[in-house]
Write a protein that binds this ligand. Sequence first.
Ligand code: ATP
Ligand code: MG
Length: 432
Amino acid sequence: MELIKAQRGTQDMLPSQAGKWQAVESVMRSEAEISGFREIRTPVFEDTRLFQRSVGETTDVVQKEMYTFEDKGGRSITLKPEGTAGAVRAYLEHGLFNEPMPVKVYYITPCYRYERAQAGRLREFHQFGVEMFGSALPVADAGLIAFAHSLFERLCVKNLTLKINSIGCPSCRKQYAEALKAYFTQNKDRLCETCLSRLDRNPMRILDCKSPECAEVAKDAPHILGYLCDDCRSHFEEVKDLLDSIGIEYEVDPTIVRGLDYYTRTVFEFVSNDLGAQSTVCGGGRYDGLVEEMGGAKTPALGFALGIERLLLVMEAQKVQFPEEEPCELYIASIGNAARKKAFQLVQRLRECAVEAACDEMDRSLNAQMKYAGKIGAKFTLVLGDDELASGKGVIKNMKTGEKKDIDLNDNFEEQFAAISSEAEDFGDLKF
Ligand code: ATP
Ligand code: MG
């Protein structure tokens, strides 16, 4: 029979990669908590209008990439292409604005975009994201960037360039949009279909187009920085000053506009020099207009999202050492049914003490059991047969050193084993 395969652009996370995912996710969670962010989980699917309204009608995401379908009740449903929209919806729906400001949340979530699948560009991928509501101050922008920066440091990721820009507020953008429109109109014949439609509605989106022709035209387009109003300019200066004051290096890159419509003022990206085309690992910025746009009170806000698959690609390319998986502590081999029952009981007792232990579940010969213990990297073994059952005594063998220690099978087995194993503990190289 034909085997059904996973869908294009999706990946299975196999047990052999679980250690890496768990390690980076646990660093993300701990860094988030250190910076005062608390977890939020929102549904994978939402009302399609949520994304149209927040991400923006003229963005690539909404125009080309959404997984949208009608459910059996005739509603238009979309699988979340990013995390901010759902977080803002939940913030409004549950009155999180009543909590002490700033409200800071983080999430780890799958996202769905119908894209041309390739390395680092998937149809189902995962984001670690944070959102912060209520602060208009540059310390919030700089703090968020510093958070992402220290996250990468804790993960031992090197060779990232932090690019920052300010895309101003709706008032300074109005003039800029005029200038852009004039420029792109002159170069109309070189733009793609989608960008032609953006010319009137949102010319800034053209700067973010992936088509090489449009990117070429965009290179010589006027820069937003020349159009910033005084408030936006001084906000940007202060963000840069704060970053300087804590020694975070950055490049001001006026071509960064970010792919989603809701950004204002500060935008930033962490770009890897070790990835090919899909080089942006993390992107974010301020979105002061979004909460109001979604029906809430005027609320300054900001956030970023980091692609976990891309992060892992960078870490793998840089050969970052991941923490090793915890091996089995004790494998209890057995000969015969009575011994297997005893092994089973001892294993349960160890597991109750959170000690990773195993016994035969495959009816293997003693020889095969010992081979298996080697394969799973068991640190210690114990063999139970008729003699051990009769005497109530066994021998714990340290598989690395060959050292043997007696153990009483019927009296305080867990405590005796804990003493033996902690004596042999070797604290290897500490990883990230
Ligand atoms: P790109 O310019 O690469 O298309 P984007 O601007 O669409 O990225 P964002 O919407 O800012 O990306 O998403 C934040 C992060 O999520 C990206 O920096 C990237 O690491 C990751 N990401 C986005 N789209 C994908 C995808 N299709 N596959 C894997 N990771 C992705
Ligand atoms: Mg994209």
